[in-house]
Design a protein around this ligand. Structure first.
Ligand SMILES: NC(=O)c1ccc[n+]([C@@H]2O[C@H](COP(=O)([O-])OP(=O)(O)OC[C@H]3O[C@@H](n4cnc5c(N)ncnc54)[C@H](O)[C@@H]3O)[C@@H](O)[C@H]2O)c1
Length: 329
């Protein structure tokens, strides 16, 4: 039995993500929680002829507790797009609920800024003595999805986009997003110009802005994010079921695999408590953090440029929780 729970299920990401999870045959129960509209979303999805039993919950009548009880996997797209301060508080409160009612669940954080919200969840779990770093993931899959799509476009064959694999490492905002295009399963055309390479990197790093602009004030990336979140959730569920050799980039704690993260820190020349790199998934969550491997000069420069911001973002998340838990005078 696999109960998947979406926190923020009525939102722009939450609704299509819930639809995709309802369509996933590995999911047998789907709990939808939001501060508004989940009964309607749940009623609508419940008519779809797939195995998952769907329930919608609101905050009243212990809705969060009921939604989370028995959860195997919790995905969090709750929040307000591009409002990092508000999201920090929302994620802290939801993480408190998970620590209380679903401490064993795999937790996938979508709410931005992921570079800080994942450390927030970790710190809240630590406060409740429920932290398992192997089970906490920042979802960076949208960067990976964009990289695959844009490389396939450059190769002139969109049908390749499902097969193109580009590791995207670092973090999940702007310059902290580092695509390792030299390691793409499908190399860029020979003689690909330096300016074109830089434009491609920039497009992957700031793909979200492209969508915000096109939506003209009416939202940010929701459908592509829902797709990416559902893809990553599906990988976690397949690995938990016993499928071997599933590797995907994700923003995880160095504590999830101390050997792998030590090798990674050596490459980076810096120890960071969170970093996105390829991770191998298994029945317990993260089984291995995979170091970056050989980088080009340009990629080394991108990694170097990402580190200071990433470090600041992590500290922000950690400090947010320690401030919140400070005794009130
Ligand atoms: N990781 C990524 O790649 C990525 C990509 C795009 C957006 N995002 C982030 O995802 C989040 C959601 O984006 P969206 O476009 O779906 O926004 P949205 O405003 O359409 O939806 C957010 C939902 O969260 C709900 N919500 C707010 N507070 C809540 C709480 N305390 N408990 C439960 N639900 C709550 C809202 O009611 C709303 O339904 C934002 O933080 C956004 O920045 C992440």
């Amino acid at each position: 039995m696999v109960k998947a729970v979406v926190l923020g299920a009525a939102g722009g990401i939450g609704q299509p993500l819930s639809l995709l999870l309802k369509a996933n045959p590995l999911v047998t129960e789907l709990g939808l929680y939001d501060i508004v509209n989940t009964p309607g979303v749940a009623a609508d999805l419940s008519h779809i002829s797939t195995p998952a039993k769907v329930e919608g919950y609101l905050p009243a009548n212990d809705g969060l507790q009921k939604a989370l009880t028995g959860a195997s996997i919790v995905v969090i797209p709750a929040g307000v797009p591009r409002k990092p301060g508000i999201n920090a508080g929302i994620v802290k409160d939801l993480a408190t609920g998970i620590a209380k009612y679903a401490p064993e669940a795999f937790v996938l954080v979508i709410s931005n800024p992921v570079n800080s919200t994942v450390p927030i969840v970790a710190e809240v779990f630590k406060k409740h003595n429920k932290y398992n770093p192997k089970r906490l993931f920042g979802v960076t899959t949208l960067d990976v999805t964009r990289a695959s799509t844009f490389v396939a476009e450059i190769l002139g064959d969109l049908s390749l986009s499902k097969e193109v694999v580009v590791p995207v490492v670092g973090g999940h905002s702007g310059v902290t997003i580092v695509p390792l295009l030299s390691q793409s399963s499908h190399p860029l055309p020979s003689g690909f110009a330096k300016e074109s390479y830089e434009a491609l990197v920039n497009r992957i790093q700031f793909g979200g802005d492209e969508v915000v602009k096109a939506k003209d004030g009416a939202g940010s990336a929701t459908l592509s994010m829902a797709y990416a979140g559902a893809e990553f959730a599906s990988k976690v569920l397949r690995a938990v079921k016993g499928e071997k050799g599933i590797i995907a980039p994700s923003y995880v704690s160095a504590e999830a695999d101390t050997t792998g993260s030590a090798a990674l820190a050596k490459e980076l020349g810096k120890e960071l408590s969170f970093f996105s790199s390829n991770v191998e998934l298994g029945t317990e969550g993260v089984t291995k953090i995979i170091p970056l491997g050989k980088l080009t000069e340009a990629e080394t420069a991108l990694v170097k440029a990402a580190l200071p911001e990433l470090s600041t973002n992590i500290d922000k998340g950690v400090n947010f929780v320690s401030e919140a838990y400070k005794p009130q005078l």
